[in-house]
Design a protein around this ligand. Structure first.
Ligand code: AMP
Ligand code: MG
Length: 630
C-alpha cells in the first residue's frame, strides 16, 4: 500500500510579517517541521503565503487553497484577543464542519506548557477535502501545537479522501496492540503516542509506526536535558601517581613556602653587597641540600651552588663567571681568595623565602582537572594525596547484525564496527574508566543481554545504532519496555545526529544515564563530543565541562542545511589574522569518518531560512574546539 503524500499549505497571518518589519519565524518553523518529517511522515509544503490580519485576505487564501490539491492548511497567527486578531473568524466562515478534537488536544497540550495558551482561540475544521488548522502566532506555540496534531493528520487526510485501505491500515497501525492507546487522542498527551509506538508488536513489520512520535527538540534543549541529569559523583582520596586527569574536589593550599629558605639562583659566591668589588677570603661552601655553617661578614664569602641556602649575613650572590681565582691551596683543592669583578647589588641572584609560592596560598583551585602542571605544583608543596571526584564508569556497546570486529574476515553484507573502538578511545582520552560490553544483534534478546551487562557494571551506557526508523531499530523499545527506562528525548534538530536518544533508568537502586547514538560513525562521534563528554565532565564537577567555543572565519561560501549543522573544520591561523580560518574537511556525509580525521572544531552553522541560505567567505561564526590543535 503506497503512502500518499500530504500536501500542506502554510499561511502566516501577520501585519508585521506582511510588511516585512519582522521575520516569519513561525511559518518557517512549520515548513521546517514538515520538511523534516518528509521521510517518515510523507508531507510536503506546496503553498506558503503571508497575509496581513485582514479577514477578507485570509478567507480568500483559504478558499483558493482548499480548491487546489492541498490536504491540510496550517494558519499561524491572529488567534489572540486584539482587534486585529481575526484568523478564527475568517476560518469559521469558510469551513463546512468543525474539528473540535484538534482544538481541544492542542489547547490541553499547550496549557501544560503555559497558561497563556488559554488566550489562543484556534478554530479547526474542514472545507471540502481540506483540513484547516489555526495555530498560534508564536513559533514555539505553533510548533508545539503542530507536534501535537501531526501524528493524526495522515489518518484525518485518509478519511477526507475516503481512502478506506489507508484508513484501515492507520487504524491497525495506530490502535492495534492495546486499547489504552485510544486515550491519547482525547487527552492530547504525546507520551501516550510514544507509549503506543513503543508498545507496538515489533514482530509485525507491516504495522510499524511510519513516523517518529518523538518530538524534535533543539540542540540547546537536548543539551540542557542531559546536563540536568548529570548527577554529581562522590569523592575519593587518591595518590598523586593516579591523579592525572581527575577533577580536584578540594582546593590545595601550600603547607610551606617555596623556597622555604633564601636560595641561590646561581653557582657562585654569597657575599655582602656593601663590600663592592675586590678580594674576598673564601670561608667555606653551601651546597644544595646542606645547611651552611658560617656567617658571612665583611671581606669574606661562601662558595654556593644553585638552589643552596644563602648563609646568614650574605645579601647577594655573584655568579662564578664574574669572579677570578686569586689564591689556592692543597694543589687546587681549596680556594683561599677570589676577586669579585662586578659590583654586587643587594638581593642579587637570591630567591627570598616564599617568592614562588607563599605559605597558605591556594595553588590549585577545586573543580579543575589535574594535568602535569597541577600535579607538579601539588608535589612541590609536599602533598602526596588529593581528594578528587570519582569518574563515572562508561560502558560502550555497538548494535547491528551487520557488524564485524576488525581483524575478522568481513562477511558478505557486513561492515567493520568502528564506533566502539572510537568511543572507548574518546572516553579513555579523558581518563574515564571504560567497559567494552560488546556488539548486540538487532533483536530484543541480544540487546537485553548486553544492556543488562552494561547497567550492572557502569554508570553511563553509550550505544550506537538502532535508534532510527528501521524495523530493526529496537533500542528505544528495549530501553522502555524491558528496562522501563525514561526516554527524555528521541530526536534532536541537528545535523548530524538527528535520532540521538537520551534515557535514564533506575537499575539496582542507582541512576544510569543512557546515550543511544545513531549508528553512522560521524553522527556518533560528533554527538559524543556535544553531549556525552560534557555530561561526564559535569558528573565529575569539572569547572568547564563544555567544549571551548571560539570565533572563526569562514574560508569559502557554505550552503546552509535545513537543520542546524555542526560542520567539521580544520583551523588555520593565517598571517595577521586575529581569528583562525575554518576550512571544511570535505564531504560531510555522516558515514564519512574521514571528515573527522583532521577536524579541530565543529563549526556551528545556523539552519537555512528563506532569507539566508548561505554563509559567505569571511563571515565570523562560532566553533567548538574538539581536539588538541596540532
Ligand atoms: P543505524 O543507526 O543502526 O540505522 O545505522 C546507520 C548506519 O551506520 C548503517 O549504515 C550502519 O551499518 C552504520 N553503523 C551502525 N553501527 C556502526 C558501527 N558500530 N560501526 C560502523 N558503522 C556502523
Ligand atoms: Mg542498525
Amino acid at each position: 500500500m503506497a503512502n500518499k503524500i500530504i500536501n500542506f499549505g502554510v499561511l502566516t497571518v501577520s501585519d508585521s510579517c506582511f510588511n516585512k518589519t519582522s521575520i516569519d519565524k513561525s511559518g518557517l518553523t512549520l515548513q521546517q517541521m514538515i520538511e523534516d518529517n518528509e521521510r517518515s511522515f510523507i508531507g510536503k509544503v506546496i503553498q506558503y503565503a503571508i497575509v496581513p490580519d485582514d479577514i477578507n485576505q485570509i478567507q480568500e487564501t483559504l478558499i483558493t487553497w482548499s480548491s487546489e490539491d492541498i490536504n491540510v492548511i496550517l494558519t499561524t497567527g491572529g488567534t489572540g484577543f486584539t482587534d486585529r486578531d481575526v484568523t478564527p473568524e475568517a476560518t469559521k466562515q469558510v469551513i463546512d464542519k468543525e474539528a473540535p478534537g484538534l482544538v481541544i488536544s492542542m489547547l490541553v497540550a499547550s496549557m501544560k506548557i503555559t497558561p497563556f495558551a488559554m488566550l489562543s482561540r484556534p478554530v479547526c475544521g474542514i472545507r471540502g477535502n481540506t483540513l484547516i488548522i489555526n495555530l498560534p502566532g508564536s513559533s514555539k506555540g505553533s510548533k508545539e501545537c503542530l507536534e501535537m496534531v501531526l501524528p493524526c493528520l495522515k489518518h484525518a487526510v485518509d478519511q477526507l479522501n475516503g481512502d478506506r485501505d489507508q484508513i484501515v491500515a492507520s487504524h491497525t497501525s495506530l490502535f492495534s496492540s492495546n486499547s489504552r492507546q485510544h486515550s491519547y487522542s482525547t487527552d492530547g498527551d504525546m507520551d501516550k503516542l510514544k507509549f503506543q509506538q513503543l508498545h507496538h508488536d515489533v514482530t509485525k513489520v507491516a504495522r510499524r509506526m511510519r513516523f517518529s512520535s518523538y518530538p524534535m527538540i533543539s540542540f540547546e534543549d537536548a543539551l540542557a536535558v542531559v546536563t540536568d541529569n548529570a548527577y554529581k559523583m562522590e569523592t575519593e582520596v587518591t595518590n598523586l601517581q593516579d591523579a592525572l586527569g581527575r577533577v580536584l574536589a578540594n582546593q590545595v593550599l601550600a603547607k610551606n613556602p617555596v623556597p622555604p629558605f633564601p636560595a641561590s639562583i646561581k653557582d657562585g659566591y654569597a657575599v655582602l653587597a656593601s663590600d663592592g668589588c675586590g678580594i674576598r677570603c673564601v670561608l667555606n661552601d653551601s651546597i644544595a641540600g646542606s645547611v651552611p655553617i658560617n656567617r658571612v661578614t665583611s671581606g669574606f664569602c661562601v662558595r654556593i651552588t644553585t638552589g643552596a641556602p644563602v648563609p646568614d649575613g650574605a645579601d647577594a650572590v655573584v655568579q662564578v663567571e664574574n669572579t677570578e681565582l686569586v689564591k689556592e691551596d692543597n694543589d687546587g683543592r681549596i680556594e683561599v681568595e677570589i676577586n669579585i669583578l662586578t659590583t654586587p647589588k643587594e638581593g642579587q641572584d637570591i630567591r627570598p623565602v616564599g617568592v614562588d609560592i607563599q605559605q597558605g596560598q591556594v595553588i590549585v583551585s577545586s573543580h579543575l582537572p589535574l594535568g602535569p602542571n597541577e600535579l607538579g605544583l601539588i608535589a612541590m608543596v609536599g602533598i602526596s594525596e588529593v581528594t578528587v571526584y570519582k569518574m563515572p564508569v562508561v560502558a560502550v556497546l555497538s548494535t547491528g547484525n551487520e557488524l564485524c570486529v576488525a581483524g575478522e574476515e568481513l562477511k558478505p553484507g557486513c561492515v567493520y564496527d568502528s564506533n566502539k573502538t572510537m568511543l572507548l578511545a574518546a572516553f579513555k582520552e579523558y581518563g574515564f574508566p571504560v567497559l567494552d560490553v560488546g556488539i548486540a544483534k538487532d533483536n530484543l534478546q541480544s540487546l537485553q543481554t548486553i544492556l543488562t551487562k552494561a547497567f550492572s557494571s557502569a554508570d553511563v551506557v553509550v550505544s550506537t545504532g538502532g535508534v532510527s526508523m528501521g524495523e530493526k531499530d529496537l533500542l528505544k523499545y528495549t530501553l522502555s519496555e524491558v528496562f522501563h527506562a525514561h526516554i527524555h528525548f528521541g530526536r534532536v534538530f541537528l545535523k548530524p545526529g538527528k535520532p540521538t536518544t537520551f534515557a535514564t533508568v533506575e537499575y539496582e537502586g542507582k541512576k544510569k544515564l543512557i546515550f543511544a547514538l545513531p549508528g553512522n560513525p560521524v553522527s556518533a562521534i560528533v554527538c559524543c563530543n556535544l553531549f556525552i563528554l560534557p555530561t561526564l565532565k559535569k558528573m565529575c564537577c569539572h569547572l568547564k565541562p563544555f567544549p571551548k567555543r571560539i570565533k572563526v572565519k569562514i574560508e569559502k561560501d557554505m550552503k546552509l542545511d535545513p537543520r542546524p549543522e555542526f560542520h567539521r573544520v580544520n583551523l588555520v591561523w593565517k598571517d595577521e589574522d586575529s581569528v583562525p580560518t575554518a576550512i571544511s574537511t570535505g564531504n560531510q556525509m555522516s558515514s564519512r569518518l574521514l571528515s573527522m580525521l583532521s577536524a579541530h572544531a565543529l563549526l556551528q552553522l545556523p539552519q537555512k531560512t528563506n532569507d539566508k541560505s548561505t554563509i559567505k567567505a569571511g563571515d565570523l561564526l562560532d566553533a567548538f574546539i574538539i581536539s588538541r590543535i596540532t
